[in-house]
Design a protein around this ligand. Structure first.
Ligand SMILES: Nc1nc2c(ncn2[C@@H]2O[C@H](COP(=O)(O)OP(=O)(O)OP(=O)(O)O)[C@@H](O)[C@H]2O)c(=O)[nH]1
Ligand SMILES: C[S@@+](CC[C@H](N)C(=O)[O-])C[C@H]1O[C@@H](n2cnc3c(N)ncnc32)[C@H](O)[C@@H]1O
Ligand code: SF4
Ligand code: SF4
Length: 330
């Protein structure tokens, strides 16, 4: 699949649920209203949709959410998709998770063919963790991380850079990741969804963070790529990598290779725009069949926009996009 700007689309991010057991301050409001269950696709329907994307050339699928691992029965979907790795057309099946369910699920993920996961952990301080997630316990996520490592999964830590919250912790986090064999990716906060707070208070440009890190660490540029938006450096002192995801300070849309499917079967061609295609309707239309579904996906690709229009500034009180990150899956 090639979009109007000549970009090859090979990466599908699937938000399997908009629900979550945490309420991170940059992602959700505290009193979130979640989608009614009747609007959500069954796991079989999601599997069929993913299959259609693989048939059209998608090589990498990432399950996300909400918290993907709190969706009941999700392991069945993971097993089915895992069976398509290799000869079935898929090169990688991976997950972005807050880690709380990993103590009980890590072994099953490995057995299903997952080899690499991203776990969100914004801080190593239990009190800050509780404040950022509004009620999470850091111990649960740490247990999850170590269960994943023990199961043989490569772990990358995702941390959203938050001014005045985890700003003083990156040196410590980099050292800790080095000690435990995890890569670390720092992310600039993006203006999606009403979060009952001021994003200007949270926003920390990573250009500043990178310069500060260089005071203590040797960051060696690398051309390592995962197919995601991060730009990586090898940290000479630890041998692990640090990635920077910089939608605000350095737009990476020109190399975009991905689209996003929500748990209601809505396809967003860009994280930062409102335009979407309703695949649920086509999926449930007996007349359409597989050919109709493929045609609908191909037609949607022709509407993929050039990029986002994110701005975070005091004058711009409203988010750039009304839907929350948890709906589109980040
Ligand atoms: N603006 C923008 N942000 C993205 C895009 N893809 C991922 N992100 C953000 O990057 C952060 C990390 O996303 P992950 O789910 O870990 O995925 P990834 O960075 O593609 O993962 P890797 O496969 O490890 O590279 C999240 O905050 C996402 O919202 C994108 O296409 N555009
Ligand atoms: C929406 S979460 C879904 C998966 C899972 N619940 C988790 O937290 O990893 C995916 C990623 O998006 C990031 N994220 C959420 N809201 C964000 C925002 N406003 N700006 C930047 N990243 C955000 C999270 O930190 C997480 O790494
Ligand atoms: S970032 Fe992930 S864990 Fe945090 S509220 Fe959003 S979906 Fe939940
Ligand atoms: S903001 Fe849109 S165009 Fe830019 S990288 Fe993300 S999905 Fe692609």
């Amino acid at each position: 699949m090639i979009d109007p700007f000549g970009r090859r689309i090979s990466y599908l991010r699937v938000s399997v649920t908009d629900r979550c057991d945490l309420r991170c301050v940059y992602c959700m409001a505290e009193d979130m209203t979640f989608l009614p269950k009747r609007e959500v696709l069954t796991l079989e329907e999601l599997d069929r949709l993913c299959g259609a994307f693989i048939d059209l050339g998608v090589e990498k699928i990432r399950l996300t959410g909400g918290e993907p691992l709190v969706r009941r029965g999700v392991i069945g979907l993971i097993r089915n998709l895992g069976a398509r790795i290799g000869g079935g057309g898929l090169q990688e099946l991976t997950i972005t998770t807050n880690g709380t369910q990993l103590p009980k699920m890590a072994d099953d993920l490995y057995a299903a063919g997952v080899r690499r996961i991203n776990v969100s952990l914004d801080t190593l301080d239990p009190a800050v963790f509780k404040a950022v997630t509004r009620w999470g316990e850091i111990g649960q996520t740490l247990d999850g991380l170590f269960a994943a490592k023990a199961a043989g999964l490569a772990v990358k830590i995702n941390a959203v850079a938050l001014k005045g919250v985890n700003e003083g912790e990156y040196d410590r986090m980099l050292a800790w990741c080095g000690e435990h064999g995890f890569d670390l990716t720092l992310i600039e906060t993006m203006p999606l969804g009403d979060i009952s707070g001021d994003r200007m208070d949270q926003y920390l440009p990573l250009s500043v963070v990178r310069d500060r890190l260089r005071a203590h660490w040797t960051l060696e540029a690398t051309d390592y790529r995962t197919g995601g938006p991060a730009r990586y450096y090898t940290v000479k002192e630890t041998g692990r990598r640090i990635g920077f995801i910089t939608p605000m300070t350095h737009n990476f849309c020109e190399s975009c290779n991905r689209v996003r499917l929500t748990c209601t079967g809505t396809l967003y061609m860009c994280l930062g725009q409102e335009d979407a295609a309703d695949l649920r309707q086509v999926l449930r239309d007996p007349e359409a069949g597989e050919a109709g579904l493929r045609a609908a996906i191909e037609a949607a690709m022709l509407r993929k926009p050039k990029g986002h229009d994110f701005v975070i500034e005091r004058r711009q009180a409203k988010p750039a996009v009304a839907r929350h990150m948890s709906v589109t899956g980040g």
